[in-house]
Design a protein around this ligand. Structure first.
Ligand code: ATP
Ligand code: MG
Length: 321
């Protein structure tokens, strides 16, 4: 549905996107994560034609995004709602009129019975029916983002692009907004692209994710694939360190993913091999309600071979640190 092929983009001498290729499928929630300055917002702005790019191709539903044909671009933009970190609401308008704004831009009537049904329906969907005539300054950050989401959906887009949509919100409100995005994805079948530097966002809702650094995609896959056994750059981004590990013996890191069995491998191993080991570091994390994680154990040098063989047999991913 959204296809990027070898996209390159410069701002003068600065290469911001370097040969980016990715495919975002219909109805999925796709994450783009990376440090500040990685090029995430620029990428999103290229997808919906707010920015031009120098080479490569961006196709949305098979049509090329290009600034050359303004009319066609406007039609394509209608199909892509967008929300931002700072909500971008108009303070002089109430919730209803903020949500209705894109319809006004398209010269549609916003007070007809059908329009009212649509706008009020969206305001209900985002849980703000009791605030329908409130002004933005009377709303909390989470509520403002709900208004922005309703507004982004008012032209019936198939795609919703979110640029750091939860970065200004506290963890509890972030979770509420992410739940809402998930509901919109499930119930309305809308494809959602989320740009974020928050790992939590990706873990909670994304089915697939790209990790961007200096304008390049360094890793792509399911969040658990990227984050449970991260490549060096992702590890740096997560600032994840396995703490102070013992200098004696052998430190072995185990990775528990959905390919691992559900057996209590660690205790079974201790019994089966009659070995002792200490647990030096660990983490368990929720990925869209599955728990995955990693553990570092320290074993005696003489046990190393049989422990590794046992882990292989049990299909647990491991590496010696
Ligand atoms: N309009 C512009 N003119 C010149 N340079 C720009 C422009 N917009 C972005 N840049 C530069 O492009 C690079 C990527 O910026 P971008 O905003 O895409 O990063 P980002 O990954 O979204 O970062 P953040 O997480 O801070 O939002 C940065 O070095 C930025 O300074
Ligand atoms: Mg940005």
């Amino acid at each position: 549905m959204i296809e990027l092929r070898n996209v390159k983009k410069n701002f003068d001498d600065l290469e911001v996107l370097k040969d980016i290729s990715m495919t975002i499928c219909d109805h999925e929630i796709y994450g783009i994560i990376g440090q500040s300055g990685a090029g995430k917002s620029t990428l999103l702005r290229c997808i919906n034609g707010l920015e031009d790019y120098q080479s490569g191709e961006i196709l949305v539903n098979g049509e090329k995004v290009t600034l050359e044909d303004k009319n066609k671009l406007r039609q394509m933009q209608k199909n892509m709602g967008m929300i931002f970190q700072n909500f971008n609401l108009l303070n002089r308008l109430d919730v209803y009129d903020n949500v209705a704004l894109p319809m006004k831009f398209w010269g549609m009537k916003t007070k007809t019975p059908e329009a009212k049904k649509k706008i009020e329906g969206l305001i209900e969907l985002v849980g703000l029916s009791d605030k329908i005539h409130a002004r933005p300054r009377e709303l909390s950050g989470g509520q403002k983002q709900r208004v922005a989401i309703a507004r982004a959906l008012v032209l019936d887009p198939q795609i919703l692009l979110c640029d750091e949509a939860t970065s200004a919100l506290d963890p509890a409100i972030t979770k509420e907004i992410l739940d809402l995005l998930q509901k919109i994805n499930k119930e309305m079948g809308i494809t959602i692209v989320v740009v974020t530097h928050q790992m939590e966002v990706v873990k909670q809702i994304c089915e697939r994710v790209s990790f961007l650094k200096n304008g390049k995609v360094l890793a792509e896959g399911r969040p658990e694939e990227l984050f449970v056994k991260p490549i060096r750059e992702v590890k740096q981004f997560l600032q994840e360190e396995s703490g102070h590990l013992p200098s004696e013996g052998v430190n072995i890191q185990l990775f528990f993913t959905d390919e691992s069995s559900d057996d209590p491998v660690i205790t079974m191993m201790a019994r089966a091999l009659n070995v002792d080991f200490s647990i030096c570091w660990g983490k368990l994390e929720d990925f869209r309600s599955n728990v995955f994680g990693s553990l570092v154990i320290n074993v005696k040098e003489e046990d190393r071979e049989k422990v590794c063989a046992y882990l292989d047999e049990k299909k647990v991913l491991w590496e010696v640190l």
